[in-house]
Design a protein around this ligand. Structure first.
Ligand code: SF4
Length: 349
């Protein structure tokens, strides 16, 4: 099945429309191991390095995809669309204008945008995206979300390296849905059979910019940190809630995408905090790790009020800014190791 790629700085893209059109939704995630030189011809180096890496991937691989949908995400990257329009060679490029708010007017706008996306895909590829096909895609999406909910719960009880969780998430966002569904079944069995949670590790909730490469997750393991909860888009935000079952599948999508846990790119901070409080209420953690990749302004700005609110509730919170690089960052590792050590000293007092 051909891939229809999408640019999505959080979880805004209604994958079910792509699935209903008969394509594999492929989230463009870039490659931290490749130089960003191709994108840096068009974007200054003070722009988000993750988004520059996505442009690099598109400049190199767009010809392998049926097309690209660009979902309106964060204000730091929305206007990158103008650069993609001019420089990325693709037979199909669509701007999906996701509203920022969830008011009645925003819902109306969202519905228009869904219909505009459907019509554009239908006209360009000469296909029909029926309500039945969208409903079927919603069913498949929910199946994946339920399996991810089961899989992710093992993080608390079992010895699951941080990289294994991120690898599973990336696979779910880039591979054919039917293939993923069968693979998740085998992973659930495999994770269930793993040894118990290692006694020397601390349980953390991870929040902030999306992590797109496994090496950074390894650094956390090296510092004695296991991520057992998160609110990332390449993470729990993707599977925290199921798509409701309504007579009109567009209404189901509308309700789902407007009510998923909020990232820093969407108002309000309180709504983002609501999910964090819920996760922290459900799962006892030793600490909260908040981070943003360099030049990610949405999560950097949000981190101050969000982290202060969590600290006020008594949670132990550390905030870090990280480079976009697979190389181990020793300074960052030292800070994390010192934070974990302080926790242990606090527990022994
Ligand atoms: S990492 Fe931050 S700046 Fe970059 S695309 Fe995501 S939200 Fe936007």
């Amino acid at each position: 099945m051909e891939k229809l790629a999408y640019f999505d700085s959080s979880h805004e893209m209604p994958l079910e429309i792509i699935m209903a059109a008969g394509f594999t939704p492929y989230k463009i995630l870039g490659d931290v191991h490749q130089s960003n030189d191709p994108a840096d011809k068009y974007l200054s180096s003070f722009f988000c390095p993750a988004a520059r890496s996505w442009l690099t991937e598109a400049l190199t691989h767009a010809k392998e995809w049926a097309g690209i949908v660009f979902a309106q995400g964060c204000n730091s990257t929305n206007r990158h669309y103008d650069i993609w329009k001019v420089h990325v060679q693709t037979p199909f490029l669509h701007w999906f204008g996701v509203p920022l708010l969830d008011s009645a007017a925003a819902k109306k706008h969202y519905r228009v945008e869904l219909q505009r996306l459907i019509s554009h895909i239908e006209d360009h590829f000469h296909i029909k995206i029926t309500s039945e096909k969208i409903s079927e895609a919603i069913g498949k999406s929910n199946e994946i979300k339920k399996k991810l909910q089961r899989l992710s719960a093992f993080r608390y009880q079992k010895d699951i390296p941080n990289r294994d969780y991120l690898t599973a998430m990336i696979k779910c966002l880039t591979c054919p849905v039917d293939e993923i569904s069968a693979w998740l079944d085998s992973e659930i069995k495999a994770w269930n059979a793993k040894p118990a949670f290692p006694s020397g590790k601390k349980r953390f909730l991870l929040t902030g910019s999306d992590i797109t490469y496994v090496e950074w997750m390894d650094t956390l393991d090296d510092c004695g940190i296991r991520i057992v909860r998160d609110d990332l888009s390449i993470g729990e935000r993707f599977f925290a809630t199921l798509i409701p079952n309504k007579n009109d599948p567009l209404e189901s999508l509308l309700e789902y995408y407007m009510n998923i846990p909020k990232p820093a790119t969407r108002p309000t901070i309180q709504k983002r905090l609501d999910y964090l409080y819920k996760a922290l209420g459900e799962t006892k953690v030793d600490g909260v790790l908040s981070q943003n990749v360099k030049f990610c302004e949405p999560f950097a700005y949000d981190s101050v009020p969000v982290n202060n609110a969590l600290k006020d509730k008594g949670y132990k919170v550390i905030h870090l800014e990280r480079d976009f690089s697979p190389a181990a960052d020793q300074q960052l590792a030292n800070r994390l190791a010192a934070f974990v050590e302080m926790m242990e000293e606090g527990n022994n007092e």
